[in-house]
Design a protein around this ligand. Sequence first.
Ligand SMILES: C[S@@+](CC[C@H](N)C(=O)[O-])C[C@H]1O[C@@H](n2cnc3c(N)ncnc32)[C@H](O)[C@@H]1O
Length: 309
Amino acid sequence: MKSEEHPSAYRKQVRKYWRQAHRPYLESVGTTFQAGLMNLGPAEEPVTRSNLHLAAAAGIRPGDRVLDAGCGVCGPGMDIARQIEGVTVTAVTISPEQAATAKKLIHQARLSSRIKVSLADYHRLPFPAGFFDVVYFFESVGYSYDLARLFSEVFRVTRPGGVVYIKDVFSRERPLSQAEQEELAGFNRTYAQFQTPTLRQVREALAEAGFEQVRGRDLTKRITTAHALNAMFENRNGSLRPTEFGKMHFRSYRCAAVFFGEIKAARPEPKRLGPGNNSKRQHKCRKAHNPNQGEKTWQIEARRSSRSS
Ligand SMILES: C[S@@+](CC[C@H](N)C(=O)[O-])C[C@H]1O[C@@H](n2cnc3c(N)ncnc32)[C@H](O)[C@@H]1O
């Protein structure tokens, strides 16, 4: 299906996949829906540690307003809000089941004042311009049916000087063999991904949208997929059986066609005016707690202040 032309048909397909996969993920994987975790050595709470490592890589700082684009049931958002003081998380998912479960979990964790979940398509974000300090995607970019549209929307909602961070699975730049192409198509089908883009495709789409300092790198050597593999099987009376999650997702991939990577980019600050001009612009976002309050309240204010001569 050419889903750029039929995004609503593809959106339906993605919602259907997540409706079917919702319980299996929760029962076997937990509340962070990622195939790869940062391998930070043996430690307790490896999922939380991985999420916090990604948050640090994204440059999330105390008090930041962050957008979790493709949030699942907000496992990462909850880890981040718990551990980084004053951070407020706005989270979007296209799955009604995920949004409902996320709200329940956030309420149980007493984080409702810090995390808001919206059921929305990240290509059409219901938030005002310049609202977020950091926008992050943890294994959710492969669901984009239009990278250009996605990143121009992300550019719009990121404040000048703000950051977009992506950790995901990417396909290799080199031409893929027939077997690799088939394996990749099978991988995309299994997870209902629109595509697995290359690092370069994503970097170029970010640059095209106006982001600068676009940097990407291969993370494969620093990632473990052991937890995802473990979630696919369970030991029942001494024999290894596939879980519901495993029945849906287990394939014997050789995985030569894909790798884990990360990309970070910044929305440029407005250019300083030249010395001949005796006014300067300052950009400032007004603070409030509900991003859905309306564009007016949240608009970036461009304030002019006269320089004393
Ligand atoms: C592999 S899950 C990752 C979830 C989450 N980032 C995590 O780490 O637990 C992919 C997520 O992308 C979301 N997604 C897919 N297409 C989307 C779209 N068009 N708009 C918003 N979210 C989308 C799915 O609903 C799901 O939450």
